[in-house]
Design a protein around this ligand. Sequence first.
Ligand code: 8YV
Length: 321
Amino acid sequence: MTDTPRILVTRKLPQAVEARAAETYAATLNPADGAYGPDGLVAAAEGMDGLLVAPTDRVDAALIGRLPDSVKIVATFSVGYEHIDLEAARARGLVVTNTPDVLTDATADMAVLLMLAAARRAHEGQTLLRAGKWAGWTPTQLMGIQVTGKRVGIVGMGRIGQAFAKRARAFDMAVHYYNRRRLDPALEQGAVYHDTVEGLLPQADFLSLHCPLTAETHHLMNGDRLALLPDGAVLVNTARGPVVDDDALIAALASGKLAAAGLDVFQGEPDVDPRYWALDNVFILPHQGSATVETRNAMGFRALDNLDAFFAGKEPGDRVA
Ligand code: 8YV
């Protein structure tokens, strides 16, 4: 391609990423950061060679069918790509890339934050203080659950699951995991493999979800599976909201079957199920897992690396379709 490729950047990205995009490409940025709906995205894609999208853009089969022929690549600013219909992309010859690796540490850090905050009743403590209701230290106030030395179950032992396991070992936790396939012992680092989720759950005083959202993992944590956890377990979700059945989780938190949950992701984001607000034993954040300056820059650069390779006629490093 001799002309400078034209790319549409659908969301406002960190300044350094936008600067590089504008330097390399005829880039249409989105300084106001309003998410395009399907019609807006199709209209804005007119004349574009590539799209740099985010998980807030639904690139489903219908949208792919409406994209102008000029669009040859969709690079997503995320490791997850459940918002993109890969089959439809392949059928149309559309290349799709994601941003693995660079958000592994930030997301694993977030899972630790949620695990500790949920177990140690951080939400209740914050609320007490901020409401000006703290009457002073007492020996029995806000006693939580000790993390150190407990068993942690990890569902999905990919990059982020392994990074979380490494952090859990620093808390002397016994690591158990379920993954579709067993890891090499060198990667397992002593973690105990379970070949079914049902086998893992009774061992998990803490359960951290690190699997992608797929048809198989949708509502993976339903009422039946939550019931297999030890009484008083703590659930952590930095993966995707729909991996958990909200009705079942809310019931388990309300009944005390689960002691607490730490959640960074939700079904139907940004509309969080309002029943969570009534639960003191849930510590929730608005999908901040990868939100560090370092990581968001790295994600943007990684998406641009993929676009650069593609427009140079090379295979992008993170091609998923
Ligand atoms: C955010 C993520 O969705 O990359 C992912 O798949 O879940 C998160 O990092 C992403 O940062 C939003 O662009």
